[in-house]
Ligand binder design. Sequence first.
Ligand SMILES: Cc1cc2nc3c(=O)[nH]c(=O)nc-3n(C[C@H](O)[C@H](O)[C@H](O)COP(=O)(O)O)c2cc1C
Ligand SMILES: CC(C)CC(=O)C(=O)O
Length: 366
Amino acid sequence: MAGDPTNLKEIEEVARQCLPKMFYDFFRGGAEDEFTLRENVDAFQRIRINPRVLIDVSNINMSSSFLGFNLSAPILVAPTSGHKLAHPQGEVATARAAAACNTIMVQSFSSSCTIEEVASSCNAVRFFQLYVYKRRDISALLVQRAESCGFKAIVLTADTPRIGRREADIKNKMIAIKSSNLDGLLSYDAISARDGGSKLETFANETIDPSLCWKDIGWLKSITKLPILIKGILSVEDARKAVEVGVSGIIVSNHGARQLDHVPATISVLEEVVKGIDGAVPVLIDGGIRRGTDVFKSIALGAKAVMIGRPIIYGLAANGEEGAIKVIQMLKNELELTMALAGCPTVKDITRSHVQTPTDRFRSLL
Ligand SMILES: Cc1cc2nc3c(=O)[nH]c(=O)nc-3n(C[C@H](O)[C@H](O)[C@H](O)COP(=O)(O)O)c2cc1C
Ligand SMILES: CC(C)CC(=O)C(=O)O
């Protein structure tokens, strides 16, 4: 890879140089002032690791599982739209990278490659992320296609009744990402012909159903047998509701800070969400995970595993499937070293006492 990057930040820089400005800005950007975008990363840096010594760390085992599926490490690929804007092979390259690393990819509803193309590209466990459209028949059809193509879970994104205000996309007049999944079902022509603003925003707001609410989980359950995860939970109240309606897992996420600015960094609410549901279902987290130490901190605060969004796209842009593999491998290598240096030979050995949060420091002063 150009410049031989040694960390995810440097891969982002290679990607920036490869990508047209409109697409780099779309991938990188957050909502409005990007306060939460910075917080997602900064909040990890306010957490300290408490290492333990004189523990045999000659063998580090990062293997983990989620919903009964084995993972080589507790790191999954988050759903992100439009991978062909990053690389001509799009999500097929991403899926192969996830498979090569023995992890799970969540394919976006707004993917450039179809559900069927991704399913036939490799033999790996895949989940499907769902947006519920005003045209429920379209969303139902995509769920059925995913189920018949062997996807193993539906990830319902709950934080996008409308798209957040992403000012770079507005300035750049961002195109509406063409999702092949919608070929023959919806036309982009009317939107492409419009002037001004982000066409992605116009398209999303015209299609996504803002009336989606808790009772609709019943509808989703009626059309699929797959386990359902809810993505976009930031409060204990909503996490409890998700458990009440019978989901199989929760994803603490603020959509990579692309929806509502000034919501908390995901890592700062993880622990209360996990405690609030008392282990009823497993909890994943995404947002700002850029180092193996971030994965370690997330596990210590109760996540079953993490998901990564932008870094995968940057890897793809920099070097296709190999680039995405490099991203996952880098994080895995960093996690492995972190576990060794912190005295944790297995993922189960990572406990709450291995980290110190700002709240812990405040309490110790009282
Ligand atoms: C370019 C981009 C596209 C995204 N597309 C989707 C999407 O289609 N569906 C979804 O649920 N989340 C989407 N997300 C949010 C991610 O799933 C994830 O929550 C976020 O990227 C995690 O933060 P990180 O990028 O800091 O790792 C997208 C994020 C980015 C950056
Ligand atoms: C089509 C969009 C809503 C995709 C998305 O989730 C994002 O860009 O964050």
